[in-house]
Design a protein around this ligand. Structure first.
Ligand code: PLP
Length: 397
């Protein structure tokens, strides 16, 4: 790393954001929808006067729009501070936690993995493509026996973009315990929500997590869908908002923003997905052809049909990801490797390890992720910058 110096040329004119899986720009219609609730319509919905009633109406209306986008009833939507809180709530079951042992796949986001670990839970292996191994899930459920408190399997992975078949997961869970109430199935749909119709894809789950900032909404707002038959205790205790399921003064502007972002995502989904799939294919095909020793992670025989449109994940031989990202940034290309930790440094990927990707390939992992506002120019910039940066890293190492 020390031998590779940042180029001294002027900053590149075009900044290519290829890190949309980390976060996205707020859509203009979302900003416009939120603004009144940060200006004159700033009431607290817990009050009883005119300002408060105006805020209640806005939240009620947003809840209906969120429910329509997610394919659930308005009463099943609990607004949260984002994906992490939704995941923690679903896995723990609230406070005190559900009795028993939570079970999740080995490639979950840390917002699921860490509460599962804190509660002494079990993880289930994935196959080489990163999908949860259904036989292994059955074995773990048998081993834990009556004590399973929740099963959590993400709809799509944040590093690789791999999509799980939730209906197949739900079939295993209900065969294990066919009676009602059965073990609840949770899905982290934080990445999937930008691309998939959750009304269909997440339908088999009892609990569904989403987050605003991954789909053109603001940060700090999300939702947990709690289907009617699913029992859950509150995780955040206090003023009893959200019908006692999640206390805390409602983030009215955020809630309105989440509704607008989900609605725009649903309305534009078909066109956005077609456009982004074409961009992603060009990016992936171009880089695999241009950079020797590059493997498209989790893609078998060029079939990307069970992957999110927005993620191109590569493992590049003889390259250190951190150095590569540093060089890419200096060329105006923002990307990532494994998920970033709070310091911004790259952690080694538990996802790639669980998939059995050899360490020397995982060291060179590169996630290029596109979103609703990605352009041809972003892809062109990456197609120019990545081969040149890989050549420089290899030259210096
Ligand atoms: N789950 C997944 C799959 C994610 O990608 C993320 C964010 O990176 C989260 C959960 C956490 O969401 P939030 O940033 O809204 O807390």
């Amino acid at each position: 790393m020390a031998a590779v110096h940042r180029p001294t040329s002027a900053a590149p004119a075009h900044v290519a954001d290829l890190d949309h899986a980390a976060t996205t720009r707020v859509r203009p219609e979302v900003l416009a929808a939120m603004a009144p609730f940060l200006e004159d319509r700033y009431g607290n919905p817990s009050g009883s006067h005119r300002l408060a009633r105006d805020a209640v109406r806005a939240v009620d209306e947003a809840r209906e729009r969120v429910a329509a986008a997610l394919g659930c009833a308005p009463g099943e939507v609990v607004f949260t501070s984002g994906g992490t809180e939704s995941d923690n709530h679903a896995v723990t079951g609230g406070m005190p936690p559900r009795p028993g042992v939570p079970v999740c796949s080995a490639v979950e986001h840390h917002a699921v993995l860490d509460p599962v670990e804190a509660l002494g839970g079990r993880t289930v292996a994935v196959d080489a493509t990163g999908r949860v191994d259904l036989d292994a899930l059955g074995v773990v459920l048998d081993e834990v026996g009556d004590g399973v408190s929740v099963v959590s399997v993400m709809l799509a992975n944040n590093e690789t973009g791999v999509i799980n078949d939730l209906a197949a997961v739900a079939a295993v869970v209900s065969s294990y315990e066919p009676e009602v109430p059965r073990v609840p199935l949770h899905t982290d749909a934080v990445q999937a929500a930008a691309w998939l119709d959750l009304a269909v894809a997440a339908a088999p789950a009892d609990l569904v997590s989403v987050s605003g900032h991954k789909l053109g909404g603001p940060k700090g707002i999300g939702a947990l869908v709690v289907r009617q038959h699913t029992s859950i205790r509150p995780l955040v205790l206090g003023g009893g908002q959200e019908r006692g399921r999640r206390s805390g003064t409602l983030n009215v502007a955020g809630i309105v923003g989440l509704a607008a972002a989900l609605e725009a995502t649903v309305e534009q989904r078909s066109a956005t997905n077609d456009r982004v799939v074409a961009l992603r294919d060009r990016l992936a095909d171009g880089l695999v052809a241009a950079v020797s020793g590059t493997v498209e992670t989790a893609v078998r025989g060029g079939d990307r049909s069970a992957m999110l449109p927005g993620i191109c994940h590569l493992c590049i031989e003889d390259v250190d990801a951190e150095t590569l990202l540093f060089l890419l940034e200096s060329e105006g290309v923002m990307a990532s490797a494994a998920s970033s930790c709070s310091s911004g440094a790259q952690q080694s990927s538990h996802v790639l390890a669980a998939m059995g990707v050899p360490e020397q390939m995982a060291r060179g992992s590169l996630r290029l992720s596109l979103g609703w506002d990605s352009t041809e120019a972003d892809v062109e910039a990456a197609l120019r910058a990545v081969p040149a940066a890989v050549a420089r890293v290899r030259e210096f190492s």
